[in-house]
Design a binder for this molecule. Structure first.
Ligand SMILES: [Ca+2]
Length: 313
């Protein structure tokens, strides 16, 4: 499978005389009849940008780690995303076996827990969502073009689905929080049933996320791999990982709170604005322009969400 990389970064790397870094993400399509070939270029461009945005938010990634993202099509209303493998971590004193999303495990350890099989599956609704709803940003790493008011931003959708594949996922019952057996995901391990709170049966109790939010994070009723509800945790509905609404004409990005949740899952996420010296270094290397843009954007998100979290608290 050819290794591809976001075109702008490749161009800048060459201009600076540097050897382009090997891509950490490859996109393959599960579309046996090539029914959706007309969309491949758009989907691949945005998938790479969304995946790289998440990977750029890791402090470090294991040498040799890379993700194969398999994009498929199905008669679903919107989109879905998941890791295709789960990696065993440990067994707790309570007898529960703990599993990490396979994609995250590979990024942290360099160990591909399902070998040559694809690491992440993204499914796109093919009965209108792909064709008439999604808008594919021409430059999704920059995110400057206006999002049409009558379309949903595919970059936002894929950032959200990568969030599931990397951490926001588990096996609990979405209503009562029960585990199906003696196993749980790293996300499940931080979820609690909040007794007596109608409409907010499940909350996320990870220490880093609680610290930023100011308390337990309400999870979406019936779909607990998401944040917020209209009646409890409405302040979380604008978040990338919310389970209530994705508005047309709107860009969603990885939030500081999303990163804190990932830290609670044991992932080494960036959470601080870079030191001025780091920023100067980035400026000196045009090859790092994409990364610098990301860090600026991340800093803005950190400030914005810090304010939002304070208000909520
Ligand atoms: Ca694999």
């Amino acid at each position: 499978m050819p290794i591809r990389r976001f075109a702008l970064l490749t161009l800048l790397s060459c201009a600076a005389g540097a050897t382009p870094a090997p891509s950490r993400i490859e996109v393959v399509f599960n579309d046996p009849t090539a029914s959706f070939g007309a969309y491949y270029t758009d989907i691949e461009r945005v998938t790479l940008a969304a995946g790289n945005a998440w990977l750029d938010s890791f402090q470090h990634i294991a040498a040799g780690a890379g993700l194969t993202v398999q994009v498929g099509f199905a008669g679903i209303a919107t989109a879905s995303g998941r890791s295709l493998a789960s990696a065993y971590l440990s067994t707790g004193a309570d007898g529960l076996r703990l599993y990490q999303q396979g994609a995250s495990y590979e990024l942290v350890t360099g160990i591909d827990s399902n070998g040559g099989g694809a690491d992440i599956e993204l499914m796109l609704g093919s009965t209108g969502y792909l064709q008439g709803e999604l808008w594919f940003d021409p430059a999704p790493a920059l995110r400057l073009a206006p999002v049409p008011q009558n379309r949903t931003d595919a970059m936002s959708v894929l950032l959200h689905e990568f969030g599931h594949a990397l951490g926001f996922n588990g096996w609990r019952d979405g209503f009562n929080g029960a585990l199906p057996g003696d196993y749980q995901s790293t996300f499940d391990a931080q979820v609690r049933a909040q007794r007596g709170q109608l409409g907010t049966p499940l909350v996320f109790v990870g220490e880093q996320a609680r610290g930023l939010y100011g308390g337990d994070l309400p999870l979406t009723w019936g779909s607990y791999g998401h944040l917020g509800n209209l009646n409890a945790g409405a302040d979380l509905v604008p978040d990338l990982m919310n389970g209530v609404a994705f508005h047309r004409g709107t860009r969603y990005g990885i939030s500081a709170l999303d990163l804190q949740v990932m830290r609670d899952l044991g992932l080494p996420m960036l959470v601080a604005v870079p030191e001025p010296a780091s920023a100067a270094l980035a400026l000196a290397g045009l090859a790092l322009l994409g990364s610098l843009h990301w860090r600026r954007w991340l800093a803005l998100r950190l400030r914005g969400l810090g304010a939002a979290a304070s208000t909520a608290a």
